[in-house]
Ligand binder design. Structure first.
Ligand code: G1P
Length: 301
C-alpha cells in the first residue's frame, strides 16, 4: 500500500524578475491570468488531485497571497447585502478551509531545493506533492489534471513521480531534463536527470514540468545544502541523489503547459486560459482574432 498524498508544497518566494515591472509591488503569483491570479489555477489543480493541505513557501512582500486565500469578510458582507450571489459564488475557490494551509518563509533566495527544505517540518514523514506555480497546466479534453495523473502513477509504482512534457531542443537548457528508462503501463522509469543541460547535451526531449510527488527522504539530502546549477540548491540535484536508492517514474502530462515565468509565456497563458474559460471562451476567441487582424494591419512592413 502506498501512502496517500495529502500535502503539497507551493514555493512562492521568487522575485519574478523576468516579469518586471509587473512584479515590482505585486507577487508574480498574484498577476491575473485572465480573470484570476495565476496561483488559483495551481491550487485548483492540487485540490482536484485530492490534496488536503497546502504549504506555501513565501518570502517578504508576498502577504497578498495569504490574504487572497483568506475570508474577505467585509467584501463578502457587502456583496451579500446587495444580493450579489453570483459574485459570492465566484469567490468560493479562493477560500482554503480553516487549517488547510500553512505559510513558511524562505528568508534568503537560495534556490528551489532550499525552498522545499523550508517546508520539512510541516510535511513531516510522509510523501508529498510539489507544484511550481509558474507552470499552469491545461489538460486536453477528457484528460486528468497533471498532478491527478501523477498521484495515480504513485499509487501504482510508489516511490517518486515526476511530471514531464516534450520540449524543443533549443529550449532544453532552460529546464531540468530526464533520461528515459524502461516503459511501464503508466509512465516510464527515470534513469537519470540533469538541471539546465548546456545546449546539445540533454539526455532526452522530456523536461521536468514543475510537478513532483516526492518521498520525505529528499529533505535529508536537501539539508546538506550543496549548491548546483546557478550557485543554487537545486531540487534536481537532490532527486538525482535520491535516485540511487529509490525509484523515480516519469508521467507525461496530456495537455498544454504554460510557463508564466516570462512575459511571452505569461501572455500565452492569459490567452489560452481565457479561450478555455467556460463562460468567456467564445468571446475571447473572437476578441483575440480581432486583435490579431488589427495588429497585422498596423505592424510596420
Ligand atoms: C525549475 C526546476 C527545473 C524545472 C523548471 C520547470 O527551474 O529546477 O528542473 O524544469 O523549474 O519550470 P526554474 O524554472 O526555477 O529555473
Amino acid at each position: 500500500m502506498t501512502r496517500k498524498i495529502r500535502k503539497a508544497i507551493l514555493p512562492v518566494a521568487g522575485f519574478g524578475t523576468r516579469v518586471l515591472p509587473a512584479t515590482k509591488a505585486v507577487p508574480k503569483e498574484m498577476l491575473a491570468v485572465f480573470d484570476r491570479p495565476a496561483i488559483q489555477y495551481v491550487v485548483d489543480e492540487a485540490r482536484a488531485a485530492g490534496i488536503e493541505h497546502i504549504v506555501f513557501v513565501t518570502g517578504r512582500n508576498k502577504s497578498a497571497i495569504e490574504d487572497y486565500f483568506d475570508v474577505a469578510y467585509e467584501l463578502e458582507e457587502s456583496l451579500r447585502a446587495k444580493s450579489k450571489t453570483a459574485l459570492i459564488e465566484d469567490l468560493r475557490p479562493t477560500r482554503l478551509e480553516a487549517g488547510a494551509a500553512s505559510f513558511v518563509r524562505q528568508q534568503e533566495p537560495k534556490g528551489l531545493g532550499h525552498a522545499v527544505w523550508c517546508a520539512r517540518d510541516i510535511i513531516g514523514d510522509e510523501p508529498f506533492a510539489l507544484l511550481l506555480p509558474d507552470m499552469i497546466m491545461l489538460p486536453d479534453a477528457n484528460a486528468p489534471g497533471c498532478l491527478e495523473a501523477m498521484i495515480a502513477a504513485h499509487a501504482a509504482h510508489g516511490g517518486n513521480i515526476i511530471g514531464v512534457n516534450a520540449v524543443a531542443p533549443e529550449f532544453a537548457h532552460l529546464y531540468g531534463i530526464v533520461a528515459v528508462g524502461a516503459k511501464k503501463d503508466i509512465g516510464f522509469e527515470i534513469s537519470g536527470m540533469v538541471e539546465k543541460p548546456p545546449a546539445g547535451t540533454a539526455p532526452s526531449n522530456l523536461y521536468i514540468n514543475g510537478r513532483y510527488v516526492l518521498q520525505p527522504e529528499i529533505f535529508d539530502i536537501l539539508a546538506t545544502q550543496e549548491r548546483g546549477a546557478g550557485g543554487e540548491i537545486q531540487i534536481t540535484d537532490g532527486m538525482r541523489k535520491l535516485m540511487s536508492w529509490q525509484p523515480f517514474h516519469g508521467v507525461e502530462f496530456q495537455g498544454r503547459v504554460y510557463d508564466c515565468g516570462d512575459k511571452i509565456g505569461y501572455l500565452r497563458a492569459t490567452a489560452a486560459l481565457a479561450m478555455a474559460n467556460a463562460a468567456y471562451g467564445a468571446d475571447a476567441v473572437a476578441a483575440l482574432q480581432d486583435e490579431l487582424a488589427i495588429a497585422a494591419r498596423h505592424r510596420p512592413a
